[in-house]
Design a protein around this ligand. Structure first.
Ligand code: XMP
Length: 317
């Protein structure tokens, strides 16, 4: 019978034999898979694991700082790279979702490749690939997905010529979580909802501006904090706020307003392939709506998405 402790012991032993004194570079995403892969590799080779965590400016509010901090607390040799301006700058004026994904994927590769070059004599690329990523050609989570979908963009970036080490590639998601728990990873990290690689870029419908990112981050933080404090966060598979570039009329005090709309999305799912909209309580939705409208300037209306997948998708873009 599979158990996390024997998996950890045998994997660390194998990694030590395979890697010896070699250096490994690994991109952390803040998600479960890359974090667990990093901790396993760190246990095997210590400082020879060089982790890179990129801030693309499209993460949730405060998440870059919090996650970087927790990686440092875990003792990982991690370098944070603030590349917000690069990503957000390149997205200026772009409305098409697939184009957004391509730009973000290419920018990630550029930033990661530059950082990987600074690790002298690196021999390996570590990845948090899990078994479902191996069997489906398109993975949905983490930097590995971004990298795969750009295989054919032309010449390979140098880091993609490295040998690949994927310590989790025989595990399913729940097994990865059990390994993470046995390794002592933070529950907040292990229980984190899936979050798309392109981040908030695909939750701002249409054009992305720094103002829209800030509005969405604030609204999303109110939403997620309320899910956590009400106990709903752990009951849903994934949740997030979406910025709609639609303006509608409202009234604040004596003033007529003409502002944007925030849509709240929460779904239950097993694997993201199909999903049902979550029946959040009306009182909770009402509280979140009031808090967002009263605190986030630029928003005067909040709606709730009651579509399931299929025929809708989890993300709007
Ligand atoms: P959809 O919207 O297709 O999403 O129902 C299914 C799951 O995949 C995530 N998702 C992505 N993850 N890069 C990612 O890393 C992407 O481009 C991407 N698009 C969707 C989505 O958040 C959900 O968990």
């Amino acid at each position: 019978d599979w158990n996390p402790d024997s998996f950890i012991d045998s994997t660390i032993k194998e990694l030590k034999e395979k890697l010896g004194d070699d250096k490994v570079v690994l991109g952390l995403s803040g998600g479960v898979d890359s974090s667990v892969a990093a901790v396993l590799l760190h246990k095997a080779i210590g400082k020879n694991l060089h982790c890179i965590f990129v801030d693309n400016g499209l993460l949730r509010k405060g998440e870059y700082e919090q996650v970087l901090d927790s990686y440092q607390h875990m003792g990982l040799n991690v370098r944070g790279i603030n590349a917000r301006e690069l990503f957000v700058g390149q997205l200026t004026g772009i409305k098409d979702p697939e184009q957004k994904r391509k730009i973000i994927g290419a920018a990630f590769i550029e930033v990661f490749d530059n950082a990987a070059h600074e690790v002298q004599d690196v021999k390996w690329l570590g990845q948090g690939t899990i078994y479902p990523d191996v069997i489906e050609s398109v993975s949905v989570n983490g930097p590995s997905a971004t990298i795969k979908s750009h295989h054919n963009v032309g010449g390979l970036p140098d880091f993609m010529k490295l040998k690949v080490v994927e310590p989790l590639n025989t595990l399913f998601k729940d097994e990865v979580r059990r390994v993470g728990k046995a390794l002592g990873l933070d529950q907040a990290l292990l229980g984190r909802h899936p979050f798309p690689g392109p981040g908030l870029a695909i939750r701002i419908i249409g054009e992305i501006t720094p103002e829209r990112i800030a509005i969405l981050q604030d609204a999303d933080a109110i939403y997620i904090n309320n899910l956590k404090s009400s106990g709903w966060y752990d009951k849903v598979w994934q949740a997030g706020a979406i910025f709609l570039p639609v303006q509608s009329v409202g009234v604040m005090g004596d003033e007529r307003t003409y502002e944007h709309v925030i849509c709240l999305r929460a779904v239950g799912s097993m694997d993201g392939m199909t999903a049902d909209w979550s029946h959040l309580p009306y009182d909770l939705l009402g509280k979140i709506s009031n808090e967002i409208i009263n605190n986030v300037k630029g928003i005067n209306r909040v709606v709730y998405d009651i579509s399931s997948k299929p025929p809708a998708t989890i993300e709007w873009e």
